[in-house]
Design a binder for this molecule. Structure first.
Ligand SMILES: [Zn+2]
Ligand SMILES: [Zn+2]
Length: 430
């Protein structure tokens, strides 16, 4: 078992958000011979535990497949849950039963000669893409994409919420097949918590899912969407590998769920890059109120030389450095804070995988909103916000929970600390 202890970059003993977490490595997406993969559940879990040395793994066979009328037998779902329980040993290895909600346009109508209609629902076809569903305790029933009560992301989220489970958006696509993948209400984001950044399915049997998933996910974030980032092999060879890191206090199924539910996780594409990102002492995945300026603290423990640490804000690179070392620490204050922004960090190393792609890590975003936005502007138009934020300190507001001055709190530096790399540059993310 491999664990790495992350220590907060800035320590304030009284702040509970600065508790220490372990980094646990896992894979959140993979198939067995139950659907269209190879090998048994035993093969899958033993490979994850003994060959890949994972701390946790989720198995996600399809609920429905292409070979109509194939569907996952009830017995297979029961066995999946039984095996996940058998392989889970607190403190050593966590196995989770899940499945892939496999929505397909042919459930609405005929969409082409190669995809014959299995019309179940009225109206034009929906391109919801696939979503992984996983639950902490046994449920008898699959919330499947072919059931009217679970046929849309919102309906699925409502059903899974009641079962205490979570959902991930799989292999996001910028093409027509992903047209409706983000079509769900903001409230469903508390169940549809994460999105795959980089599944290995890109290389599976010549499939051509859009490669730049980061760009696709970012467009959702730019529209105000909320999602964390995970990675999954989507292995069909029964060979799960480390693609997701969660920050959790201990290695139990409950703790892994708790981390994923709060998006306290990040995606990796290959190497096990250890990444800590905090915004004003809050962990990745959080939505916070900010007094003063946003202060990002980034720590990277790479496995090879790091060639870029990029802070992305609202769709563009805000700041990036080329450390040229295996370990990097970066402190950055966003002096141009616009009152409401999301931030995430992307790390790129010099090493590559077998396909020639560099090892990368993507932190889940952190959403920051100026505390004074609500108190001062009262929800007024954004155009009013910016001048207000730059006004001199105001008199004390009536509420003790509303600080009198916009001066930074003790945990918020007033000026940017020295940047050890001094090679900042701005660019549009590609
Ligand atoms: Zn899929
Ligand atoms: Zn899959």
């Amino acid at each position: 078992m491999k664990r790495v202890l992350l220590v907060a970059a800035v320590v304030l003993a009284s702040c509970p958000a600065l508790a220490e977490y372990n980094v646990y490595w896992g894979d959140v997406h993979g198939h067995t011979a139950i659907s269209d993969g190879k090998g048994s559940l035993d093969d899958y879990f033993t490979h994850a535990r003994d060959v890949s040395g994972l701390d946790f793994v989720i198995v996600t066979d399809h609920d429905f497949g292409n070979a109509a009328p194939w569907r996952m037998p009830k017995e297979a779902w029961s066995l999946t849950q039984e095996k996940a329980d058998q392989y889970t040993v607190d403190g050593k290895f966590v196995a989770v039963a899940g499945y892939e909600w496999t929505s397909q346009p042919k459930y609405w109508t005929e969409v082409g000669k190669d995809t014959p209609s299995e019309r179940l629902f009225p109206g034009p076809p929906k391109f919801y893409n696939h979503k992984n569903v996983y639950v902490p305790t046994r449920v008898d029933y699959l919330f499947s994409a072919k059931e009217p009560v679970c046929m849309s992301p919102d309906l699925l989220a409502e059903a899974v919420r009641k079962a205490g489970g979570l959902i991930h958006n799989n292999h996001p696509s910028a093409g027509p097949d992903g047209r409706d993948q983000w079509d769900y209400a903001p409230a469903s984001s508390s169940v549809i918590v994460n999105t795959e950044m980089y599944p290995d399915t890109l290389f599976y049997q010549g499939k051509t899912y859009q490669v730049d998933m980061e760009k696709t996910v970012r467009s959702f974030l730019d529209r105000g969407g909320r999602t964390g980032f995970v990675g999954g092999t989507d292995t069909h060879e029964g060979k799960p590998a480390a693609r997701t890191a969660v920050l959790a206090g201990q290695l139990t199924r409950e703790a892994v769920f708790e981390a994923l539910r709060h998006r306290r996780n990040y995606a990796i594409s290959n190497a096990r890059i250890v990444l800590s990102v905090k915004l004003n002492d809050h962990y990745m995945g959080e939505e916070i109120e900010i007094e003063g300026k946003p202060h990002l603290a980034v720590e990277v423990q790479g496995t090879d030389l790091i060639r870029e640490v990029a802070i992305v804000r609202d769709g563009s690179i805000l700041h990036s450095v080329d450390p040229g070392s295996q370990v990097a620490k970066l402190q950055y204050v966003d002096e141009g804070f616009r009152g409401e922004s999301y931030y995430y960090v992307r790390v790129t190393q010099v090493d590559t995988d077998q396909h020639g792609n560099p090892s990368r890590a993507w932190s889940s975003p952190i959403w920051g909103k100026a505390k004074r936005f609500r108190e001062v502007a009262g929800g007024a138009a954004e155009g009013v916000l910016f001048p207000l934020l730059h006004r001199p300190p105001r008199p004390s507001p009536p509420s003790p929970s509303s600080p009198a001055s916009p001066a930074p709190s003790s945990g918020t530096p007033q000026a940017a600390p020295p940047d050890p790399f001094l090679s900042a540059r701005s660019a549009t993310v590609t």
